[in-house]
Ligand binder design. Structure first.
Ligand code: C5P
Length: 221
């Protein structure tokens, strides 16, 4: 039997660009399943840190990526995964090709068989439009200025009681972006056919409305 072809919406972009919120709202709007693929890498990072391993070490990170606990940890979405130390570990483990390979099947299966029998899937991450779902019907690369993104991330971390400064958040974010964009394996970048959505001066509602417009145009609805 030929594989079922459900519509896929690929949302990529750098840290704190607003892509996660947009992806979640798009999924609810169109009745699609949503996968935040960053949580998978965050779960691998957490497993490595919990065993006092070095996220930069390929074999340690790959072993963690093959741990049967990775997917449930990521799906449970405990707030620990959003901590700043986990962001850094995630971006380090994500640079190893073996880690990416270990997480590929789960993401592709999510696309072909969206959970809950949903009619389609929205995935957000760094390589959705380029590697995971190159045939996605709509691809949006969500971005914003470094300062706007750092400000959002700073507020989010402060709200969770993390002891951070704006300057350290900006510096960490730039370092993470540079690592994600310069790695050899699936570097973070817009797909050639992605629509760029710059949210620097937009409210969350404006960014979402623009994303809906882009997707509707692609879906012909
Ligand atoms: O999206 P989020 O900031 O939660 O992702 C955490 C890290 O996971 C990113 O900095 C990136 O290194 C990695 N990631 C990735 N590919 C994805 C999603 C996330 O490399 N599709």
């Amino acid at each position: 039997m030929a594989p079922r072809s459900s519509p896929i919406i690929a949302i990529d972009g750098p840290a704190a660009s607003g892509k996660g919120t947009i992806a979640k709202r798009l999924a609810a709007h169109f009745g699609f399943a949503h996968l935040d693929t960053g949580l998978l890498y965050r779960a691998v990072g957490l497993i490595v840190l919990n065993t006092f391993g070095d996220p930069a070490d390929a074999s340690t990170a790959e072993k963690a990526a093959h741990d049967v606990g990775v997917i449930p940890k990521a799906m449970a979405d405990p707030s620990i995964l959003r901590e700043d130390r986990i962001s850094v570990a995630a971006s380090k483990v994500a640079a190893h090709p073996g880690v990416r390979a270990a997480l590929l099947k789960f993401q592709r299966d999510f696309c072909t068989h969206p959970p809950g029998g949903e009619a389609g899937a929205v995935l957000d991450g760094r390589d959705i439009g380029t590697v995971i779902a190159p045939t996605a019907i709509a691809k949006i690369y969500v971005t914003a200025s470094d300062e706007a993104r750092a400000q959002r991330r700073f507020k989010e971390l402060q709200g969770r009681g993390e002891n951070v400064t704006y300057a350290s958040v900006l510096a960490d974010m730039k370092e993470r972006d540079a690592r994600d964009a310069s790695r050899a394996a699936a570097p973070a970048k817009p797909a050639r056919d992605a629509v760029i959505l710059d949210t620097t001066t937009m409210t969350a509602d404006q960014a979402f409305a623009e994303a809906v417009r882009i997707v509707e145009q692609k879906l012909n609805v």
